[in-house]
Design a protein around this ligand. Structure first.
Ligand code: MG
Length: 378
């Protein structure tokens, strides 16, 4: 498929409820889309950057995509996403920018093949893609007043697993409250790197709470200290920010630094690397699930494809986006309340109908790149 032109779109969507994480509060979701055009088909990719999560910002991702990655794709004949990955690898780092373009290539080639993204991604596995993927809900950093009601509300909707974000000074009390009020709840905590090894006592005090996991308790770029923390606590340790690629999984497994890995395809640079991580985790006896980056319906559809891989056995974070966004860019995913799942789209590619009027409404900036090896901007 010859890549005829590529569009970059900077979008901004108001959030219904501000999102609090350990490094700030978000009220509007901004991100990027890339659209690949080839043979009358369009493939969509999303770059769900949360500024502060890593060194990538919307400005760096736009620059890297526009000036370094897209020129190498224009005019190229591409048969499979595996051929796109090396064309993006000449840029070191910048995984969010690279994953956006790789995602668009998956959507494009899956449409050509008449396959869903999930089926195409799961092609190497005899059991194929799941039809439904288990999901939980991440409820951010919540004040203790009202926490019981917030959790009860999500359980009523049908979510089986709840993730609380914690930070120093706001950790043991909400975790204990949640456990006391909901003794059988599948409950996990995410620290987003807010602690150090000196805080081991906080985590030991959680040993009797029967948590599914504590996610990324220590530094965002650390594996070694997690290997020191893990034998001192009963709660399984999950690595999120620290796992940037399959190599990091090998290091984490060799050091016995974690029990569980959260795969975020943007963080690891795409679906091909994500699948390598999935396979490595299975080989090393590590459990995997798919994390969220507050994606739109477009990014969610691709995330669901990742979560449909057969080795993803834990609940992923596939929050249904109409709960968060004031504007939907495609038909929203809905929760199957009977089994806390989201149904995997079966139509070709992402398998959703993208609302171009909605896209126009949320577009802050749009550029089209076309031509041979040199991009011309319209
Ligand atoms: Mg996390």
């Amino acid at each position: 498929m010859r890549i005829e032109c590529v569009e970059l779109i900077h979008y901004g969507i108001p959030l219904r409820v501000p999102l609090a994480v350990s490094f700030g509060v978000q009220t509007r979701r901004e991100g990027l889309f890339a659209v690949l055009h080839a043979e009358g088909l369009t493939g969509w990719g999303e770059c769900p950057i949360i500024e502060g999560y890593s060194y990538e910002t919307l400005t760096t991702a736009w620059h890297v995509a526009a000036d370094l990655l897209i020129p190498g794709l224009l005019g190229r004949d591409i048969a499979e996403p595996e051929e796109v990955e090396p064309l993006l690898r000449h840029v070191r780092g910048h995984p969010f920018a690279r994953s956006m373009l790789e995602m668009a290539a998956w959507d494009l080639t899956a449409q050509r093949d008449g396959l869903s993204f999930a089926r195409k991604l799961a092609a190497p596995y005899p059991e194929g893609a799941r039809q439904r993927v288990k999901t939980g809900i991440s409820i951010g950093i919540q004040p203790e007043t009202g926490l019981r009601g917030v959790i009860a509300g999500y359980l009523e909707q049908g979510y089986e697993r709840v993730k609380l974000k914690i930070k120093p000074g706001h950790d043991l009390a909400p975790a204990r409250l949640a456990r006391r009020e909901f003794p059988d709840l599948k409950l996990m905590l995410d620290a987003n790197s807010a602690y150090t090894l000196a805080d081991v006592g906080v985590f030991q005090a959680m040993d009797d709470l029967e948590l599914l996991m504590i996610e990324q308790p220590l530094a965002h770029d650390d594996i070694f200290e997690h290997s020191r923390l893990r034998p001192q606590i009963a709660t399984p340790v999950c690595l999120d920010e620290s796992i940037r690629n399959a190599h990091d999984v090998q290091v984490a497994a060799a050091l016995a630094a974690c029990d569980i890995v959260n795969i975020k395809t943007a963080r690891v640079g795409g679906w091909i690397e994500g699948r390598r991580i999935h396979d490595l985790c299975l080989n090393h006896g590590l459990k995997v699930w798919i994390g969220g980056m507050v994606e739109t319906e477009i990014g969610t559809a691709a995330k669901v494809a990742m979560a449909a891989l057969p080795g993803v056995t834990m609940h992923s974070d596939i929050a249904v986006s109409h709960e968060r966004f004031a504007i939907a860019v495609a038909e929203p995913f809905t929760l199957n309340a009977d089994d806390s799942t989201v149904t995997v789209p079966t139509r070709p590619g992402l398998g959703i109908t993208i609302d171009t009027d909605a896209i126009a409404h949320i577009t802050l900036r749009r550029e089209t790149f076309a031509g041979g090896s040199h991009a011309t901007r319209a």
